[in-house]
Design a protein around this ligand. Structure first.
Ligand SMILES: [Zn+2]
Length: 118
């Protein structure tokens, strides 16, 4: 459990789990549309096939991002069990509560996040 007394660990945990459930739900509906593309391809002409392939590439990119986001959330849930939650992974400073409330999976303080974005 985090040793910061301004953080409501229970609230953070339920927020993270809610995000995780939403991502998993979306994954299931994405999977359906990917399967449909594969089934239809045999009947399609060349141009439609290119369309279908682009659609598939986009679906794969969405899927990749979803996995990265899921990993962030799982990692945040694990940190919630330790006293590391709420502290910047780079400099060890406290991450602003507002920042955590916006995205509990965030791992860097604002200063380090800005440096990383440069
Ligand atoms: Zn930092």
């Amino acid at each position: 459990m985090t040793d910061r007394d301004d953080i409501d660990a229970k609230k953070m945990r339920s927020n993270l789990k809610e995000r995780r459930d939403q991502l998993l739900e979306r994954a299931n509906s994405n999977k359906d549309s990917r399967d449909t593309v594969e089934l239809d391809q045999a009947r399609l002409g060349r141009l439609s096939r290119i369309d279908a392939m682009q659609g598939q590439a986009m679906a794969q990119e969405t899927e990749r991002r979803r996995k990265v986001e899921l990993q962030r959330i799982e990692a945040a849930l694990e940190r919630l069990d330790t006293d590391e939650f709420g502290y910047c992974l780079t400099c060890g400073d406290e991450i602003a509560l507002k920042r955590l409330e916006l995205d509990p999976a965030v791992t860097l303080c604002i200063a380090c996040a800005n440096k990383a974005a440069d």
